[in-house]
Design a protein around this ligand. Structure first.
Ligand SMILES: [Fe+2]
Length: 310
């Protein structure tokens, strides 16, 4: 098993502006980074759970609580080698603390580290109260992972943006990765590029141009994980792989002018994404089925699973 270590373990408000983070010079040559000893780091991404205040309440006519439990059972069976879980927002539909507490309890079954970020439906204050010291910068198998809050300056319709403090945190991680020649996995809720649906593009990351401008200034291999759109995506922009995670609750039909829930086929099922992060110089062979990338120095293998619910 690959240990996931924290570059900085924050206390208090984990997304607070101007929190001190370990800078490049501190990172190089300190014991803060743990070198991976195994072949890959396996992560699971869950997104858009939309849990309700009461476990038996439904969301868009789905029993989202039972669907989540089915997904977790599937992960337990199919990925006993997982190293950690990333939850990319809209965890709770209306920010009720009871739902966050149930979620935290469910995740204990894995006995693995897990990390969450808020989406536009979440109550960040409630999340903070429940997990006040969650790390936001991780290291795993030669990769850095930065967890970003994209819910700043929300328009009330679902959009959100990266606050200046989050852009600064991202830039600090880019500097570290460039210096250490590490791969960078960026995790945020909102899609940072079009998903070809008018209604969804209107509520994408509002300041995506700032994100792309920042990424373009550094020679770092970056992969972005997002949720929000309730769809599976594997996109590329400016040499960056951009991966969308399906929801554990409902999927939205692609390429629509208005919201339409998927009701037929495998993609109507609850889903999740798995990722294997290989260290630099890994001998991992290309795998067409799972869409691995070996052209880059750090190989990333990923796929989406759809889960039948009884
Ligand atoms: Fe959502």
């Amino acid at each position: 098993m690959i240990p996931i270590s924290c570059i900085n373990s924050l206390e208090g408000n984990p997304f607070e502006a101007n929190r001190s983070v370990v800078n490049s010079s501190e990172v190089s040559g300190t014991e803060t980074i743990v070198t991976a000893s195994s072949e890959c780091c396996k992560l699971i991404q869950l997104s858009d759970l939309h849990l309700q205040a009461l476990a038996q309440q439904r969301y868009r006519d789905r029993d989202v609580e039972q669907q989540l439990l089915a997904v977790l059972g599937h992960i337990e069976q199919q990925h006993p080698d997982l190293d950690g879980l990333l939850l990319s927002g809209d965890l709770v539909h209306q920010g009720h603390s009871a739902a966050y507490r149930r979620l935290a309890r469910y995740l204990e079954r894995f006995d693995k580290p897990w990390y969450w970020i808020p989406g536009n439906h979440d109550s960040f204050q409630t999340m903070q109260r429940i997990r006040p010291a969650q790390p936001l910068n991780l290291r795993c198998n030669g990769w850095s992972i930065v967890l970003l809050d994209s819910t700043s300056a929300a328009d009330g319709q679902g959009s959100g943006s990266l606050a200046e403090s989050e852009l600064r945190r991202l830039e600090e991680q880019l500097q570290i990765c460039q210096k250490l020649k590490a791969g960078l996995l960026v995790v945020l809720h909102h899609n940072p590029m079009s998903v070809q649906s008018d209604w969804q593009d209107r509520i994408m990351l509002a300041n995506a141009d700032r994100l792309w401008a920042l990424l373009g200034r550094y020679k770092v291999q970056v992969t972005i994980l997002f949720g929000h759109v309730h769809q599976q995506w594997d996109l590329t922009q400016a040499n960056v792989r951009v991966l969308g995670c399906p929801s554990t609750a409902v999927q939205f039909v692609m390429a629509q002018e208005q919201l339409l829930v998927e009701t037929e086929g495998a993609t109507a099922l609850p889903g999740y994404r798995w990722l294997k992060l290989f260290s630099a110089g890994s001998n991992q062979e290309p795998n067409q089925q799972t869409n691995s990338t070996t052209a880059n120095r750090f190989a990333l293998e990923t796929g989406v699973e759809w889960v039948c619910v009884d």
